[in-house]
Write a protein that binds this ligand. Structure first.
Ligand code: PLP
Length: 260
């Protein structure tokens, strides 16, 4: 049986991040991908030049239409853009308990453009975080969700992962790709313990869409019935391979995408 995965996220017309990355990742990981849009961005590999958000009621209508007709085996949430969209998404998803949800709390694009309003961080924290099976922040996002300075070492990462689980999700995967050093450690904390997922840092500047790719691969594996730990390990392997394969692409002059 092919499992169905729904992405609730923004569009990146250059194909590197957002729903475009999510759909490629779902397909590459053996699942059927669907996408409800929260926002359109105008962007290329050099940066974001515009954002238009979808009215919250219409975000809800897209998600409701999918659930009304199709078995959804997992959901991935990416760019949420505004507090009203966060509340709308939480409201419609809370009608479907039991579906695994991966929340990638996207806040800022690689070039610095804001993808989540300041007041929306609080809404994500109170409405979406408690619904999540796994939340997948990078170091900056973990700090912002907790209102703490960004962690600078493994000890700090582990502490913040535990604090995030205290806010309601079943597990938190804090990504250490921006730590100083030659490795790229992630920590996965659930209700019981913390485990480290280590990988050597992959050289190359083409890392646009890595966060989207990791969270979507995680959702695909949860959809297929993997445990959170197995899904996180498989997702980390997949994204490491996608970064390594990125050099085969010739896409744009800036921060290029990973390859699926
Ligand atoms: N979602 C959208 C629509 C984006 O435009 C971006 C970045 O530009 C992201 C998510 C996050 O991208 P990344 O996976 O590189 O963190």
């Amino acid at each position: 049986m092919i499992h169905n995965v729904l992405s609730i996220a923004g569009s990146d017309p250059s194909g590197g991040a957002g729903i475009q990355a999510d759909l490629k990742t779902f397909a590459a990981n053996g699942t059927y991908g669907m996408a409800a849009l929260t926002a359109l961005t105008a962007q290329n590999t050099r940066g974001v030049s515009g954002v238009e958000t979808v009215p919250p009621a219409f975000v809800q209508a897209q998600i409701a239409a999918v659930f009304d007709d199709i078995r959804v085996d997992a959901v991935k949430i990416g760019m949420i853009a505004t507090a009203d969209i966060a509340s709308a998404v939480a409201e419609v998803l809370s009608r479907h308990p039991g579906v695994p949800i991966v929340l990638d709390p996207v806040m800022v694009a690689k070039g610095g453009a804001t993808l989540l309003d300041k007041d929306a961080i609080a809404a994500v924290k109170t409405t979406l975080l408690p619904l999540a099976t796994v939340v997948t922040p990078n170091l900056a996002e973990a700090g912002k969700l907790l209102d703490l300075p960004q962690a600078t070492d493994r000890r700090g990462m582990a502490k913040q992962a535990a604090a995030l689980v205290g806010l309601g999700p079943r597990a938190a995967l804090v990504k250490g790709g921006h730590l100083d050093g030659s490795d790229s450690p992630d920590v996965l904390q659930d209700m019981h313990d913390a485990q480290w997922l280590d990988a050597a840092r992959t050289p190359g500047r083409n890392t646009h869409g890595t966060g989207c790719t990791l969270s979507s691969a995680l959702a695909a594996h949860l959809a297929k019935g993997a445990t959170i730990h197995d899904a996180a390990r498989a997702a980390k392997r997949y994204v490491t391979g996608a970064i390594a394969a990125a050099d085969t692409l010739c896409v744009g002059q800036g921060h290029g995408p990973v390859h699926h």
